[in-house]
Design a protein around this ligand. Structure first.
Ligand SMILES: Nc1nc2c(ncn2[C@@H]2O[C@H](COP(=O)(O)OP(=O)(O)OP(=O)(O)O)[C@@H](O)[C@H]2O)c(=O)[nH]1
Ligand SMILES: [Mg+2]
Length: 293
């Protein structure tokens, strides 16, 4: 059973006649319910930790804000998003999402980090992402593009627990830049991917700014699964990063809207459900004794 579209596709050579991916019949509220009901099986685990990484300005902070907005039912801006091309997020911070009353939170958290840049001396150091995945970075650490994080730093966590380690690695890439990403940037992203693979951490990617990159999607977000452009960008990203096609989710983040939209949130929550499922499987199959880097 797959989604029936409410309207026929507009006549445009840039749109396919059928969805390029079969999507579940779930509506936004079904995703919301699933996420609200989620509780980790593993009793030792307070929360799944989802690490967002990727090029600067890709929409990492905006993605977290879009998740929080979708779950809290009102516009939020916990992670400050930028406007330029320089790295805007510079501090390591764990973002929780309030569930119901103040002081209660969803059992998953996000780490939004400094972006990667093509230049060696700019953006986050790849080694810092590896240390973050292993749970060695404490909240409040300000990333330094010129030198890697070391165990001498006051924010170094010497004995990370299961709760400090990353359970899902999400690479965030803008649809507007997939075709123009430099080899140097790709190399850094692949290095992160290989490090995550060695740790057995599940990985996925989200393709942001599909509205900015594709006019058909901008005019109607429901065109996302008929857009030839979006399909091509996902294939390109998959080939260059080595992330399977079915682990890449297109999203449009909240960025200028002042009120909520179901179509935006459905894509956001679809991606979030996948993160939760991947993280849950990882934690349940995880041999705790073999990860103490
Ligand atoms: N059109 C559009 N703009 C977006 C989208 N997501 C983010 N933006 C805009 O892109 C810019 C960068 O977004 P951020 O969320 O700050 O990106 P980031 O990856 O956190 O950037 P750094 O912290 O610098 O690494 C902001 O101006 C956002 O409003 C999207 O899906 N569509
Ligand atoms: Mg940011």
């Amino acid at each position: 059973m797959f989604q029936k579209r409410s309207k026929p596709p507009p006549a445009s050579p840039k749109l396919l006649h059928r969805d390029w991916r079969k999507i579940p019949t779930w509506e936004k509220d079904d995703y919301l319910q699933y996420i609200q009901d989620y509780q980790p099986e593993e009793k030792e685990l307070e929360h799944l930790r989802i690490l967002l990484h990727g090029p600067s300005n890709a929409g990492k902070s905006s993605f977290f804000n879009s998740v929080e907005t979708s779950l809290r039912g009102r516009m939020t801006a916990q992670a400050i998003a930028g406007v330029g091309h320089e790295s805007f997020t510079v501090k390591y911070q764990t973002h929780k999402i309030q569930k119901g009353k103040p002081g209660t939170f969803y059992p998953f958290v996000f780490n939004d980090i400094m972006g990667l840049e093509k230049d060696e001396s700019k953006g986050i150091c790849v080694d810092d992402i590896k240390l973050a995945m292993n749970g060695h970075v404490k909240d409040g650490y300000v990333f330094n593009s010129q030198s890697s994080f070391t165990s001498a730093n006051q924010h170094y966590n010497n004995s990370p627990t299961l709760n400090d380690q990353t359970h899902v690695l999400v690479c965030v890439v803008s649809a507007s830049t997939v075709s123009i990403m430099s080899d140097d940037l790709m190399k850094k992203m692949r290095e992160v991917r290989l490090a995550a693979r060695d740790l057995g951490i599940p990985q996925m990617a989200i393709l942001t700014k599909i509205d900015e990159a594709c006019p058909e999607v901008q005019s109607d977000l429901e065109n996302v699964y008929r857009s030839k452009f979006v399909k091509n960008m996902i294939e390109k990203l998959s080939a260059s990063l080595g992330i399977p096609l079915n682990c890449i989710f297109p999203v449009k983040n909240y960025h200028y809207e002042i009120c909520r939209e179901d179509e935006i949130e459905k894509l956001i929550l679809m991606a979030l459900k996948q993160m939760i499922d991947f993280g849950e499987d990882f934690v349940n199959n995880f041999d705790k004794s073999c990860r103490s880097a």
